[in-house]
Write a new protein. Structure first.
Length: 690
């Protein structure tokens, strides 16, 4: 038990002795046959025996000093703006919970041994006040500090106020006794984040936030307030909020609303009381679209310490500083909803999208283990929140340990890929890249443009964000490119190579799951895809993009008008897109010019010439058993096939050979090539049309 609390209980015991003496000057129970149901004066006297040192405690020393680590009572009084009378009531209420003797004493003073807690009347009697005094009675008002701060509760609702028993929640008692374990009413999604652990309960690393968080922290330190941070990029709001509260010199009490929305009525009071007890700033979010359940948290965060006119500076507590509110920072992707704070006493700000130095954060998590590879180049394409980086780094180390190898770039990429949101799977087909540059046969120009696309994807945050080259109008940090060329020229394969080089998954949008015959539904489906892709580290591929990115037409009927609205929506959405989107088309002329203007790159995939076709035949036959005299030159020279068709011809030849039980021969390849010609409706070289 802390020294300050012991001193105050000693004072309370002394005052209880006085009250007992006053009430039992004449003991009426001498010949009472029911004497065993209550305590005698002699018994009470023995319990009240205390040494002189305890009796001589000065009232001014009873709180403990500010510098005393045991001075929790003083800090609690300051943080909850308690008067000296409030502190006395609190101690009178908790005394039986820390010293069993008070149970008997209170039973005697209550004239009912079954009522072993202090009542309102008894708590006031112990300081010479009566429940009929308005100023004393006001300390039990629901809006008074003791009850609004959930420091005491009043039992026995059916009794008049003077007879109601006082109870102190176990969490408050434990705090005064030196226990900082979080309230049991708080779920696991609420945790404490001290100033030396800036990245949350899982990260324990410096998030590398920019100057904005420092300025906000200075503001919160000077004038604590409720702040709403709207994040345009997932994770920046939380990281900025945490860094700002730490910059204000406070630990963070973090509450993940997504896991506590159904428990708000129970969580909010315990959360705000816990913040007061610990002297922490509250970081709350992301707030749901229907915020009614959390209005209480936001409002109480703003007004919890509104000056109390009944507080007296002369009572022993300096209320000029005690009434300052602790900061409450809420964040989310949505704009501030006035329903979150009917009083409107909220400062609304935008969290800077480039406010987190992810490269620095990766280094803090990976450390010296990154010596064997280029960590900045490995993680440049990932847009992860600080806690996601923490999880990714931990997963990467676990993967390396499982394989019994040192941490490498591949482990980092696998760990980061697992942090991508999975909800894109509902509208797109996920492809884990399994091809590389070596699988792509292209002329120099498109290969150079693909390399530029990779550079844009990896460094868009630096160029568009840090260097300030993003244009206005709410444009995002996305990269959008169009791959144009005949069927089979390698457009989809190139998209997979791009995703593989970036170390992220490829999501091919299923048009059947997007296009809807009902007006407006297609746009809704596309918005879900774009919104999720903004938060996900993935390459989004619209194959056969002219189906939805086609040219707008002259409006002749309502169908044309709504089709043009769909195109207009796509034009606007591409500009605000923050991810990586690739469009492929066999008919470049069908793509609306307005779309091409918004593209970062337009890459033409030409039909392969004979030398490229020879390279494609050789690459497709890698690993396939072939006859020694196989003639690939004639296949490449005589059959004008694109890469996809060559691949299909090789598959056909392999089935012919395996059915025969021999290696693939030139005749097998020619048979496959001729089949591809017939499928396309073309005249097979050397065949005579009858």
């Amino acid at each position: 038990m802390s020294g300050a609390l012991m001193k105050r209980l000693a004072l309370l015991r002394e005052r209880t002795r006085t009250l007992v003496d006053e009430r039992s000057a004449e003991d009426p129970s001498a010949g009472d046959p029911l004497r065993g149901l209550y305590l005698s004066r002699e018994h009470i006297g023995r319990m009240l025996e205390v040494d002189g040192a305890q009796q001589s405690v000065r009232l001014d020393d009873a709180y403990g000093s500010r510098g005393d680590p045991e001075g929790r009572l003083l800090r609690l009084a300051e943080r909850f703006a308690l008067t000296q009378l409030d502190v006395h009531i609190l101690l009178a209420a908790l005394a039986p919970d820390v010293d069993r003797d008070f149970e008997s004493l209170y039973g005697y003073l209550n004239n009912d041994v079954g009522r072993r807690r202090a009542t309102v009347a008894l708590a006031l009697d112990l300081v010479g006040l009566a429940p009929c005094q308005a100023s004393a009675r006001a300390r039990f008002h629901p809006r008074a500090p003791l009850r609004s701060g959930d420091l005491i509760t009043l039992d026995d609702e059916d009794r008049p106020l003077p007879g109601r028993a006082l109870r102190v929640p176990e969490r408050v008692i434990a705090h005064l006794l030196g226990d900082d374990t979080l309230d049991g009413d708080l779920p696991g999604s609420v945790y404490v984040q001290s100033a030396d652990e800036p990245d949350g309960s899982t990260g324990r690393a410096d998030p590398g936030t920019g100057p904005f968080a420092g300025r906000l922290g200075a503001l919160l330190a000077a004038a604590p307030a409720v702040v709403h941070l709207r994040e345009s990029r997932h994770g920046t709001g939380l990281a900025t909020a945490v860094a700002a509260v730490h910059a204000a010199g406070l630990p963070v009490l973090r509450c993940d609303v997504t896991h506590t929305a159904q428990q708000a009525d129970r969580v909010v009071p315990a959360l705000l009381r816990e913040a007061r007890l610990l002297g922490a700033g509250v970081v709350l979010g992301p707030l749901p679209k229907e915020p009614e359940a959390w209005v209480n948290a936001v409002e109480q965060g703003a007004v919890l310490n509104t000056p109390d006119p009944t507080a007296s500076a002369a009572a022993g507590v300096d209320n000029t500083g005690a009434r300052r509110a602790l900061p409450v920072v809420i964040f989310g992707a949505d704009s501030f909803d006035p329903r979150w704070s009917p009083s409107g006493d909220v400062l609304c700000l935008d969290a800077p999208p480039d406010g987190v130095n992810t490269e620095r954060l990766w280094h803090s998590h990976v450390g010296d283990a990154a010596e064997g590879f280029d960590l900045p180049a490995t993680v440049a394409s990932y847009r992860l929140a600080p806690e996601q980086i923490s999880h990714a780094a931990k997963a990467a180390r676990s993967l390396a340990a499982l394989e019994g190898t040192t941490l490498g770039a591949l482990h980092i990429q696998q760990g980061a890929r697992r942090q991508s949101a999975p909800t894109l799977d509902r509208h797109a087909r996920r492809v884990s890249p399994a091809v590389t540059w070596a699988d792509l046969v292209l002329p120099d120009e498109p290969r150079t443009q693909l390399a530029e696309l990779l550079t844009r994807a990896r460094h868009r945050e630096r160029v568009l964000g840090q260097w300030g080259l993003r244009t206005g109008g709410g444009r995002g940090h996305g990269v959008v490119a169009l791959f144009a060329g005949e069927s089979g020229t390698g457009k989809t394969l190139a998209a997979e190579v791009v995703a593989g080089e970036l170390g992220i998954d490829l999501y091919i949008v299923e048009l059947s799951a997007v296009v809807d015959k009902y007006i407006g539904e297609t746009e809704k489906n596309l918005e879900k895809i774009f919104a999720e892709a903004d938060r996900t580290n993935a390459v989004l591929l619209f194959d056969e993009a002219d189906a939805i990115f086609g040219k707008r037409s002259e409006v002749k009927d309502s169908h044309d008008r709504y089709a043009n609205l769909e195109s207009a929506y796509l034009l606007q959405r591409l500009e605000s897109f923050d991810g990586i989107a690739l469009l492929t088309t066999n008919l470049r002329a069908n793509i609306d010019e307005a779309f091409t203007r918004r593209l970062d790159l337009l890459i033409d995939f030409p039909f392969p010439d004979p030398s490229q076709r020879l390279a494609l035949w050789r690459h497709s036959l890698t690993g396939v058993p072939c006859a020694d005299d196989i003639d690939l030159d004639s296949c490449a020279r005589d059959f004008e096939l694109a890469g996809g068709s060559i691949r299909s011809a090789v598959v056909t030849a392999a089935y012919i050979a395996v059915g025969r039980g021999t290696p693939v021969t030139t005749e097998d390849l020619l048979a496959g090539a001729k089949r591809e010609y017939r499928k396309a409706g073309r005249l097979v070289p050397g065949e005579v049309v009858v």
